[in-house]
Design a protein around this ligand. Structure first.
Ligand code: CP
Length: 300
């Protein structure tokens, strides 16, 4: 394994390895790093709080070092191409972690060192999907017939795209399972979009804008996202808001997830509801990113 660009890059065995290593780190144990002393390049061309700083924390905890790209203070301002900028970082680093608004970046740029996709436009966010999976595994068994509701900006959310791909890997892996998906969101082009990424059972009313749809569906997992304003070229009115009264209508073992940042789609009244796991997702980001770096630089 020398790159993590898409969930498509991963086998079930590799995912299980990453989850196992993350669990060891979360339990406070250390794994030998064989006196390796890599320098990791963090190159973010889009804003980030969780992904950037949890990677930095993960690198510190592993005892490694990083350098961080600063676009406003780089030679890109003198006209240097993106390829030359990345190739320069590759001269100094053993691994590149990159977030970029262009979904085609991994087709357009040649990487000569191991690379981790920290989000490419609306396309994918594989490390987020892995930490989402790690969080789901705290309370769910992937060999059960899971019911999952995706709520919000389904077309532009790279976290949803990667998580669906990841869940579908397990849905196909366990021959007796049949996950059911339900979508509540902004539905222009949704059917066509889903056809491309999903070939499993979909709860009939996929075009709903109405959260009450979830009361009948009784999901095991609700995964919500904000409107991705930075990727939309029109104003999208949002009236899909989960509050604590609504959340209490869900089964007791339903979990409410969000990759964060949130706008107003999850009311703060939900924060202390035992179903809410979005703060746990944030914490798990550190352990899963430690595991991904370990897997790429040390394990194979
Ligand atoms: N979930 C996520 O990618 O958050 P950031 O944009 O803050 O990194």
């Amino acid at each position: 394994m020398n790159k993590l660009i898409s969930i498509d890059d991963l086998t079930i065995d590799q995912i299980n390895d990453i989850v196992k290593i993350a669990k060891i780190y979360k339990d406070g144990k250390l794994i030998p790093t064989f006196n390796l002393n890599p320098v990791i390049g963090i190159m973010f061309f889009e804003p980030s709080t969780r992904t950037n700083y949890s990677f930095q924390t993960a690198i510190h905890k592993l005892g490694f070092k990083f350098i961080e790209y600063n676009h406003d203070n780089s030679s890109s301002k003198k006209g240097e191409s993106l390829q030359d900028t990345i190739s320069t970082f590759e001269c100094y680093c053993d691994l590149i972690i990159i977030r970029h608004p262009d979904k085609n970046i991994f087709n357009d740029i040649v990487f000569s060192k191991p690379v981790i996709n920290a989000g490419n436009g609306p396309e994918e966010h594989p490390t987020q999907a892995l930490l989402d999976l790690f969080t789901i595994l705290d309370s769910k068994d992937l060999s059960d017939n899971l019911k999952i509701s995706f709520v919000g900006d389904i077309i532009c959310s790279r976290t949803i795209h990667s998580l669906i791909k990841l869940l579908e890997k397990y849905n196909n892996h366990y021959t007796d399972t049949n996950y059911t998906y339900n979508f509540v969101g902004y539905t222009e082009l949704l059917d066509k979009h889903l056809e491309k990424i999903l070939n499993t059972k979909i709860y009939p009313d996929i075009r709903s804008h109405d959260l009450n749809n979830l009361i009948e569906f009784q999901p095991d997992i609700i995964y919500t996202t904000r409107i991705q304003k930075e990727r939309r070229h029109f104003n999208q009115h949002t009236n899909i808001i989960i509050d604590n009264d609504f959340l209490d209508k869900m089964p007791e073992d339903t979990i409410l997830m969000h990759p964060l940042p949130r706008n107003n789609e999850i009311h703060t009244s939900c924060d202390k509801n035992p179903r809410s796991v979005y703060y746990e997702q944030m914490k798990n980001g550190v352990y899963i990113r430690m595991a991904i770096i370990y897997k790429l630089l040390i394990m194979d």
